[in-house]
Ligand binder design. Structure first.
Ligand code: AMP
Length: 226
């Protein structure tokens, strides 16, 4: 199959980050999380971090041109094979259009968009239990996916923290932002015949197996098309 390039779409707390990391381990895909990239820029106090900070804190979206520039320069820095997962980007129709243009310029083809679907009540409950490694950004959940040692990352031993924007008042704002600005991408990608729905209420293992099944089917279709 040619390089695999997939987008993870869906509200916060639906397991996109966890699955991006799993696909990275299983298939060697590079996981590019727009949220992680912005959090790193903010922690470094860079120009981009200073532009992004207030938006991220309040649960609003960072301006389209800022995030598009960041993500396309990320794409330029990683190997094309075996491919990559864009987790959390694009999040608006103008971002999707800019991505299409950027990919066209770089001769990259978007393979598929996976839409993670989960009810709001389940999202709020999941986000309340979520903690992330302050060092390597691995994601855990105190009830669903607990670390082996409380408060410590299984992978690197880093300290686990709750993200400031996972607090209940901010998560409701983020869900509203998703509905207003990101949900239209579901129809956008459905019209392009790229959309696949993922039942995010299943266990992390089952969601991973479903994604790998969908990717294998895409690879089969790709081979037949050649
Ligand atoms: P996430 O970790 O994906 O939930 O993203 C955390 C925050 O980063 C979001 O609430 C936004 O403020 C910002 N962000 C992440 N991705 C994007 C994007 N594609 N466009 C604009 N803002 C973004």
């Amino acid at each position: 199959m040619s390089a695999l390039c997939v987008v993870f779409l869906g509200p916060p707390g639906t397991g996109k980050g966890t699955q991006a990391q799993r696909l990275s381990r299983q298939l060697g895909l590079v996981a590019m999380s727009s949220g992680d990239v912005l959090r790193r820029e903010i922690a470094d106090g860079s120009v981009i971090g200073r532009q992004a900070e207030a938006f991220v804190k309040s649960g609003a979206l960072v301006p389209d041109d800022v995030i598009t520039g960041v993500m396309l320069s990320f794409v330029d820095r990683v190997p094309r094979e075996p491919g990559f997962v864009l987790d959390g980007f694009p999040r608006t129709v103008p971002q999707a259009e800019a991505l299409e243009h950027g990919f066209h310029e770089r001769d990259i083809r978007l393979s598929a968009v996976f839409d993670f679907v989960l009810k709001d009540e389940a999202i709020v409950a999941r986000v309340a239990g979520r903690c992330v490694c302050g060092n390597c950004a691995a994601v855990y959940n105190n009830s669903l996916l607990p670390p082996r040692q409380p408060g410590r990352c299984d992978r690197c031993g880093g300290e686990l923290i709750q993200r400031a924007d996972d607090r209940p008042e901010v998560i409701l704002a983020r869900l509203e932002t998703y509905r207003r600005q990101t949900a239209p991408l579901v129809d956008y990608y459905r019209r392009l015949s790229l959309l696949h729905t993922v039942d995010a209420s299943l266990s992390a293992e089952q969601v991973e197996a479903d994604l790998i099944g969908l990717i294998a089917a895409l690879a089969g279709a790709d081979r037949r098309g050649k």
